[in-house]
Design a protein around this ligand. Structure first.
Ligand code: FES
Ligand code: FES
Length: 160
């Protein structure tokens, strides 16, 4: 196989099976945005530092900008587009709105995916655990407090 020969990958994206031809050096972020038009996952630093591109692979948050697309064969991927149930927002998404935790919105898909993974692994985290989970996600609008409040509400630990 040559370096530029496409690689066939079959994976699940937001519950749908996808078979894709990806490049050897292609990132999962590129695949999601440019092949599947799932543009909710954002392109930030492209160096694995800011968290804007976070998606879930088999339930774990991953920076899709440094994740090889060829390596997700057989894996289950979830993006921000898969969080709501049609028009019905997930409890975490609703809590973000209720707490006015969204400013420019650029970091929000990554924040929501990171926190979704946390709440799935740990239904009732402490504030410190929420803050620790968000350590790899940068918000240039610096609205961290409202996001932590929203996560605590979604976890049933605090009122909206
Ligand atoms: S764009 Fe992937 S971590 Fe910043
Ligand atoms: S809401 Fe603007 S970067 Fe976070």
């Amino acid at each position: 196989m040559t370096a530029d020969q496409p690689i066939s990958v079959t994976c699940t994206v937001n519950g749908e099976t996808q078979t894709l031809e990806v490049g050897a050096g292609e990132t999962l972020l590129q695949t999601l945005r440019r092949r599947l038009w799932l543009t909710g996952t954002k392109e930030g630093c492209l160096e694995g530092e800011c968290g804007a591109c976070t998606v879930l692979i088999d339930g774990a948050p991953v920076a899709s900008c440094i994740q090889s697309a060829a390596a997700v064969d057989g894996r289950d991927i979830r993006t921000i587009e898969g969080l709501s149930d049609g028009e019905r927002l997930s409890p975490l998404q609703q809590a973000f709105l209720d707490h006015a935790a969204v400013q420019c919105g650029f970091c929000i898909p990554g924040m929501l995916m990171t926190l979704t993974a946390l709440l799935e692994q740990q239904a009732s985290p402490s504030r410190e655990e929420v803050e620790t989970a968000l350590a790899g996600n940068t918000c240039r609008c610096t609205g961290y407090q409202q996001m932590v409040d929203a996560a605590m509400t979604a976890a049933g630990r605090e009122r909206a």
